[in-house]
Design a protein around this ligand. Sequence first.
Ligand code: NAI
Ligand code: MG
Length: 499
Amino acid sequence: MDVSTTLSRLGNAASSFLAGKHQLFIDNQFVDAKSGKTFDVFEPSSGQMIAKVAAADAADVDVAVAAARRAFETGPWSKMVPAERGKLMNKLADLIEANADELAQIESLDNGKPVTFARFIDIGGTIDMFRYMAGWATRINGETITPSIPGDWHVYTLREPVGVVGQIVPWNFPLAMASWKLGPALAAGCTAILKPAEQTPLSALRLAQLIQEAGFPPGVINILPGLGETAGAAIAAHPGIDKVAFTGSTEVGKLIVQAASGNLKKVSLELGGKSPVVVFPDVDMARAIPGAANGIFFNSGQVCTAGSRLYAHKKVFDRLVEGVAAEAAKIKVGPGLDPATQIGPLVSQEQLERVTGYIAAGRRDGATVVTGGKRLGDDGYFVQPTILADTNPNMSVVREEIFGPVICAIPFDDDDLDRIAREANATSYGLAASIWTTNLGIAHKMAKRIKAGSVWINTHNMVDPAVPFGGYKQSGWGREMSHNAIDLYTETKSVFASL
Ligand code: NAI
Ligand code: MG
């Protein structure tokens, strides 16, 4: 497929954005990188280059940190009352909504995902997140406390913004991930330096234009596209940054922790997963089959909570696997901007090689390919929805995050919930799990036994701005969304007054 077909599907607004210059956004100005360097952005259904984007490195991070520090300490942002911050955030949400179709096209073009999903899930979710967090701006309060120390006291806490924050986001939900990071930081009164992923920097740069249009003061939000090893590493290590928030691979999460130790900046991490989908014999098959299929194939499996291990009781295993295979065969795989597409290509050549490499390793290790298993076509980064069976717990396809449309189907022949949970929990990750049963007791007993930040009952991949989200074990540190996200961006100060 040629890139011109995809480009011809863009509306005028997205086309003219794409044709423009793609620079860094620092102190409310669009500027080139100091080095003059750029990096190339590729369109995933053709593999062809569509844009050159300014590549920030350490020198640009220095300038952005200085701007963010000024805005935080002395700029208009530092004097703004909470309601004004909330108002700006709502204005930004309104502008995103007014430009939602264009943003969805940009997201689909850059990431490869189906444009209708981009519109409702990515862009819709971004709008919801900014509005939800805008409401928090006026609700961040301390408390008064009665101490037991003899004497007359007035003791209270203040909740203060943590300061200048660095935010590094991945490519699977580019704009939505930016909103998960920026929303609570702005509500809390922080200033931010956001680095989008090098695979998908475009929607964040369109967001930068809307930030300017909304009227945020200079330096409050700085957007620095660039490579992980340069711009990302400089943010993680910067002594002028008070907190770093990261979503991405567990491997890079560990590097962030090390880099952050220089000034002991606060760290929050949303990392990988290998989430189990646990199916009991009393399941409602009409829900479980599409549920399990969606749980792994949605967004081409490039979801940190993807249900990548299908654990099903022997009594329902065959029917379930046949059902999911039939769903897989029905899915229309195609370019994101084709309105008929249900799943798009993977994001990059690197991910294509990674996912097909895992499938090959699974075959070598003796797994059976029930359906799929191949790259689709010669252009772009398409992979068939794939089910592997006859796996064992030592195989890399069972242990490691594949981050593609690949599920391992594993039967269990047991009624002991502790043993089932032990198997479901047998991973270094702990991001999410789903439980499929019509028995209320089993559902909630299993929910307790699962070691993961999100447990879904008869559903999968559900998130909401009001519900905490994050990981146990090596899936991360801290919780985003809800009041938990505000905690990540505030310090608590205790004040003792001896009266
Ligand atoms: P990655 O972790 O390298 O990239 C995520 C972000 O971190 C990007 O913005 C990148 O530029 C930045 N980054 C990379 N190296 C950095 C460094 N040394 N210091 C600071 N920032 C750095 O993920 P990648 O390589 O794109 O994907 C590899 C695997 O990671 C995927 O196959 C998947 O398993 C996992 N992943 C998980 C995500 C999640 O949502 N939890 C999202 C993206 C990837
Ligand atoms: Mg990487």
